[in-house]
Design a protein around this ligand. Sequence first.
Ligand SMILES: [Zn+2]
Length: 256
Amino acid sequence: MFLHRYKFLKNKLIFFIFNVVSVFCMNNQNPEPPIKGAISFGDISFDIRYNKDSNRHYIWIHGDEKTAKMAIMNHLKFYPGKGFFINSQDREVNYLDTKIDPNRIFSRSGSFKTLKKFKPEWAPGTLKPALDKLDIQREKFLENFFPDSTGLVIAVHNNSRGYNVKDELKFSTKVSLNSKQSSKDFIICTYEGDFEKLAVGPYNVVLQDKLPSKDNGSLSWAALRNGIRYINVETRLGWRTKQEKMLEFIIKSLDQ
Ligand SMILES: [Zn+2]
């Protein structure tokens, strides 16, 4: 009996050591992508990280959405692509004497709204220069950030409040919902060919290929306006494995 137990424990220990060693080796084979540069949108800076360069550009733009950051970082251990990571711990970033949401400044109308949201009163003659400044900074940022016309932007986000795919239906031209999926986990794409490939999978997917008359300043609309394919991967905060699986599913589906 004692001998049995000893053997059992010994086997368990060997199995445990084997697992630790193999995880260690796997991590060494697939290191986290190192920082290789930076770009900025005015004072908002983004580190550029990758192991293997490609015209697939991943972006983490909301500093409070930590799951999304980890998901991209993990994804880039295994797949080629450039990751752009905002240098911020918070959702909003400082701008002049106020704050802005960095994913609401990709159009003038969106910028106007976000500037007014965080600072309702602007002294006469100060709001227009602030908007003009963002216009110039935006153009410069997008020139550096967008891949070539055959590339793809993948934005990775998390939600924790009420936001879900139903909020996106009014902007969508095609929809593929799966009732087994949480409505808070979904994919937005701007190119119909991508939608067709992704819609056959298990996830909630919507196509947004028509610009609204007044957009909210999200990067997705700027990508669409500039003819750059864009995909948004949204999951609940904390659902890292889910988000990593969605990223992997997207890349495998598009490469078929
Ligand atoms: Zn976000």
